[in-house]
Ligand binder design. Structure first.
Ligand SMILES: *Cc1c(COP(=O)(O)O)cnc(C)c1O
Length: 219
């Protein structure tokens, strides 16, 4: 099996290659290494290879793994990319440096309160239900303008928009739509692209790509 450092080098090279036709600089793209379900021995080689930005989708799992890993590397940056329940807002604010799943007013209220209490403002991406899928998380497209206004009325730094395109479809049109929505609403960050489509996301303007399988192997 390929080593973690060579997989990391491959992903970074692919990001740099995708930047070229888009006339973007690779430094404009942050690679979030999605380490969910992987344990510390699987994560350490990537840290040793220089990766510092990681993503987790569960507060509890991240809380169990990361404090120890971070002790040796205080410069590690941790992103929450999964759905967040309002009752875990305090824990999430204490643990994460960015949150990608802000998608509803009740969570906005809980996060604003948790951040005030902690004296720590954590940048948040507003997750958009880009395919208008009934069961999926994310702010419905129709509610996005009003919800962005609500977010902007708080002290929470708005980091950008985030999406997970519908499974089994071509992702590019959804990435392009997210980029259009961000431009229309004056938002700069774009969290989009996973192992199967991160190069496409980079070409279409992603500021953050969330890559798990291509770095860690299958879960
Ligand atoms: C798991 C996950 C990823 C990474 O997916 P891979 O296909 O393994 O790269 C990205 N984003 C979110 C929201 C995820 O839950």
């Amino acid at each position: 099996m390929e080593s973690a450092s060579s997989r990391l080098a491959d992903v970074n090279a692919n990001i740099a290659r995708a930047c070229k036709p888009a006339r973007r600089a690779p430094a404009e793209v942050t690679l979030i290494a999605v380490s969910k379900t992987h344990d510390a021995p699987a994560i350490r080689p990537l840290i040793d290879a220089g990766q510092r930005v990681f993503g987790e989708n569960r507060v509890q799992e991240a809380g169990a793994k990361w404090p120890a890993l971070r002790e040796a590397h205080p410069d590690i940056v941790l992103h929450l990319i999964g759905q967040l329940q309002s009752n875990k807002a305090d824990e999430a604010v204490a643990l994460f440096d960015a949150i990608h799943s802000l998608d509803r007013p009740s969570l906005l209220t809980a996060l604003a309160r948790a951040m005030d209490k902690a004296g720590r403002q954590v940048p948040c991406f507003v997750q958009v239900n880009i395919g208008d899928e009934p069961q999926k998380g994310g702010c419905p497209l129709a509610n996005l303008p009003a919800f962005l206004a609500e977010v902007r009325a708080t002290a929470i730094p708005l980091a950008g928009l985030m999406c997970i395109p519908p499974a089994g479809t071509e992702a590019a049109p959804f990435f392009a739509l997210l980029a259009k929505l961000a431009a229309d609403h004056g938002v700069t960050g774009l969290s989009m692209g996973m192992s199967g489509d991160y190069e496409t996301a980079v070409i279409l303007g992603a500021s953050h790509v969330r890559v798990g399988t291509a770095l860690f192997g299958a879960r």
